[in-house]
Every structure is written in structure tokens, then in C-alpha cells.
Ligand binder design. Structure first.
Ligand SMILES: [Zn+2]
Length: 168
């Protein structure tokens, strides 16, 4: 089973990750994102990482164009790049219960894809896009006392033992 991260329109190729690799990718993005998110849109993006890939696991595709970008998308893209840059500094990795040997590679490849992505392209999404200008429910932004991550809908992802990745 694998998951494809795409950014239709980018000058870079796709990123293909195993389910375990996808969990690691969302772990390190959540660690960085929870340290940076300020606006409603930013908090919603980080909650998307925090809750990401935890229900209905299987072969998934994640196209950057499917995110609910607004007219303010250049600032939203800049925020995503800031999250990736902080994650590339291994932010919070001392909290991980495992060693992520490939995460820097995933992050640098995804950063290049996002950086080379010119603008949102209208794409079909399986469900209507949520409105990320609306602040998330406050309880979703409560933080795990151990990891300081958003609890999201499903609880802190680093406390979720079912997400402990298998060795790759
Ligand atoms: Zn936790």
C-alpha cells in the first residue's frame, strides 16, 4: 500500500510513501506545524496533518490542489513552506519514539514540489472543500501535555500507539 503526494502544476515529480512513511511524514509536519500555526487557515492545515491518514487507511492520493486555498493562497503556501523548513530542522524529533531515517528526504522532496507549484489549479475533490477560514473547534486545538501537539479529532497522533511505524 502506498500513498501519492502530488502537486499538479509543479516542476517536480510526485512523492510516493508507504503507509508507515506517510505516518512519519505527518508526524514531523504536525510537530513543526503546531509550533507555527496562528490563523484559522493555518490551524486547519495543521489539524489536517494531525488527523491525517488515520481513518480509512489504504492507497490514498493527496494533491496539493485539493486543499481549500483561498484568495490569500500565496501567504498560505508561504506558511506551508515555513512548516516544511522548520520540520527540516528536525523540530521536535526528540519526542518521536522512533528514528525516522528517511523523513529528511521526504521533506526536502516535498518542499521542492511545493516551492515549484505555481498556483492552485481547480480540481475535483471527493467531498466539498471545508472552509478553513472558519476557526476549528477549540477542543481540536487543545494540546497533548506530553507532546504539545493538537489533539485534533482523533487525539494526539504521537500518543496513538496504532501509528507507531514499522521499520522500513
Ligand atoms: Zn501526545
Amino acid at each position: 500500500m502506498s500513498n501519492t503526494f502530488e502537486a499538479l502544476g509543479t516542476s517536480e515529480g510526485d512523492l510516493h510513501l508507504s503507509n508507515g512513511g506517510t505516518d512519519v511524514f505527518f508526524d514531523v509536519l504536525t510537530l513543526a506545524g503546531c509550533a507555527l500555526a496562528g490563523s484559522a487557515w493555518e490551524s486547519n492545515l495543521v489539524l489536517y496533518f494531525a488527523d491525517g491518514h488515520r481513518l480509512g487507511r489504504g492507497t490514498d492520493g493527496f494533491d496539493l490542489n485539493e486543499l481549500p486555498w483561498t484568495a490569500n493562497w500565496p501567504a498560505e503556501k508561504a506558511f506551508l513552506l515555513r512548516v516544511l523548513d522548520l520540520a527540516l530542522t528536525r523540530h521536535g524529533w526528540d519526542l518521536l519514539a522512533y528514528h525516522p531515517p528517511f523523513a529528511l528526504d521526504y521533506l526536502s522532496r516535498y518542499r521542492a514540489m511545493v516551492d515549484g507549484w505555481p498556483a492552485p489549479i481547480p480540481v475535483r475533490t471527493p467531498a466539498p472543500r471545508p472552509d478553513w477560514t472558519v476557526p476549528p473547534p477549540p477542543e481540536h486545538l487543545e494540546r497533548c501535555p506530553k507532546h504539545a501537539l493538537y489533539n485534533g479529532m482523533l487525539g494526539c497522533r504521537l500518543c496513538d500507539l496504532s501509528l507507531q511505524p514499522l521499520p522500513e
